[in-house]
Design a protein around this ligand. Structure first.
Ligand code: AMP
Ligand code: ZN
Length: 124
């Protein structure tokens, strides 16, 4: 079940960002999705895309999330170009979603990293 941001507002960093309680450098926003710059970028372009409603990770995703995740993935290339990634194939970008402790997830609100720009990158 997807919970409203308010259910996690006390504990979840990205719910707080989605609710505007913690500031972020916004890249994009609509009724369901927020994108903002990563506070510790690995690459010249590095932003995060989150669903506004709390989903802990990809491990909680089910058929009811198909439209939302499809929308996020379809939006990512447009935002990547807008943020300065060069066009495919010379440019491009990397999309990463860390899931769970062994997947390297630190913030337990589903997020898609979108990274790009000229190399070398700090990481990744
Ligand atoms: P992950 O390890 O996949 O859970 O990634 C969490 C990401 O959130 C890291 O890349 C952090 O730099 C980023 N991050 C943590 N706090 C903030 C914040 N307040 N604003 C923007 N990005 C953040
Ligand atoms: Zn959350």
């Amino acid at each position: 079940m997807t919970l409203l941001p308010s259910d996690h507002l006390e504990t979840c960093l990205f719910c707080k960002i989605a609710a505007g309680k913690i500031p972020s450098r916004k890249v994009y926003e609509d009724d369901q999705i927020l994108a903002f710059h990563d506070i510790q970028p690995w690459a010249p372009v590095h932003f995060l895309m989150i669903p506004k409603r709390h989903i802990a990770s990809m491990a909680q995703v089910g058929p009811e999330h198909e439209a939302l995740l499809g929308r996020m993935m379809a939006l990512a290339p447009r935002l990547a170009l807008e943020q300065g990634c060069r066009p495919y194939p010379e440019g491009g970008f990397r999309i990463v979603t860390n899931t769970g402790a062994e997947g390297g997830q630190e913030v337990h609100h589903l997020h898609i990293h979108v990274m790009g720009g000229p190399r070398p990158w700090l990481r990744g």
